[in-house]
Write a protein that binds this ligand. Structure first.
Ligand code: F6P
Length: 323
């Protein structure tokens, strides 16, 4: 293998730049040419290729976002689009690609590799949601929970000044990892997540019990994907039972997708990027690099796409006992 490409695709996440930097520098270290592909699969179709040097990735390890940008690409879902992508990669001499993204990114790579077996893809898990099977953490997750925790801490400051009922919505379309971890870290009174059924009557009881214990304010974290429909809807239902208490809703939104990555994020994203290049050099294809129990694990794309990570019920129990 002489030349590899690297791109970021799907939802951007803090730490992606650290991963890109590691891919570029590990590739160069092993004598490879490395090309940055701008805007994921769309960049392959548009021949948006940038030759990368060690200096191209200077000073980016601490930056959020992704210097290679990200995009959704409808054309790559068609046979015609993938044929064009293959021709563009061959013309550029790219033999292997490190794809940093989520399950949508890996699904595209899997379909492409079945049609064109001479191009190898290796994946690095990039999403703040932490919902990929085959790794203990995805790139972006640690920063996102710290961002959410920091915001909840700030809301707690004002919450403690005057009795009110707070609902804070965090990201997590299908999973409650961000909600649960940030909620525990910030000492929230209740956390609602898609993985467990939300019972409004129970929630009202929990909130009441906290006020009965003379808490000055109560904070409920709601994952955006909770089946009850997010913080606004939950607040509307619950506030009917607490008519003498002002209710406040905060939706943290995309603030969780940005920001300088945490130290753990930078190290783990760098580790995954380095391992991805090593995997390509060793002739591996169609695997996602993960870290499980501090060991590097290669998970075939089809498993990373098919299976889901499950939250430990102990974490939910922790919220109930420790709040
Ligand atoms: O990256 C996943 C995610 O963070 C989800 O939790 C959220 O619903 C989604 O991205 C929103 O992303 P966008 O608005 O960019 O589509």
């Amino acid at each position: 293998m002489k030349k590899i490409g690297v791109f970021t695709s799907g939802g951007d996440a803090p730490g992606m730049n650290a991963c890109i930097r590691a891919v570029v520098r590990t590739g160069i270290h092993h004598g490879l040419e490395v090309v940055g592909i701008v805007k994921g699969y769309q960049g392959i179709l548009d021949k948006n290729f940038i030759p990368m040097t060690a200096r191209s990735v200077s000073n980016i390890i601490q930056q959020g976002g992704t210097i290679l940008k990200s995009a959704r690409c409808a054309d790559f879902r068609t046979k015609k689009g993938r044929k064009q992508a293959y021709e563009n990669l061959k013309a550029e001499g790219i033999e292997g690609i490190v794809a940093i993204g989520g399950d949508g990114t890996f699904t595209g790579a899997e379909v492409f590799m079945k049609e064109y077996p001479d191009i190898n893809f290796v994946g690095c898990p990039g999403t703040i949601d932490n919902d990929l099977y085959g790794t203990d953490f995805t790139i972006g997750y640690d920063t996102a929970i710290n961002t959410a925790m920091d915001a909840i801490d700030k809301i707690k400051d004002t919450a403690n000044a005057d009795a009110r009922l707070f609902f804070i919505e965090v990201m997590g379309r299908d999973v409650g990892f961000i909600a649960l971890r940030s909620g525990i870290a910030a000492g929230a009174e209740a956390v609602l997540i898609p993985e467990s059924k939300t019972d409004i009557k129970e929630l009202v009881k929990t909130i009441q019990a906290h006020y009965d214990r003379k808490k000055s304010s109560v904070i409920v974290i709601v994952a955006e994907g909770d089946e009850m429909g997010g913080a606004v809807k939950v607040a509307k239902k619950v506030s009917k039972k607490f008519t003498d208490l002002p209710t406040r809703v905060t939706i943290l939104g995309h603030v969780q997708r940005g920001g300088s990555p945490t130290a753990a994020e930078r190290v783990n994203a760098s580790w995954m990027g380095l391992e991805a290049v090593k995997a390509l050099i060793n002739g591996q294809r169609g695997v996602m690099i993960g870290v499980v129990n501090n060991q590097v694990v290669h998970t075939p794309f089809e498993r990373a796409i098919k299976y889901h990570r499950y939250l430990s019920p102990t974490l939910l129990e922790m919220v109930k006992i420790l709040a």
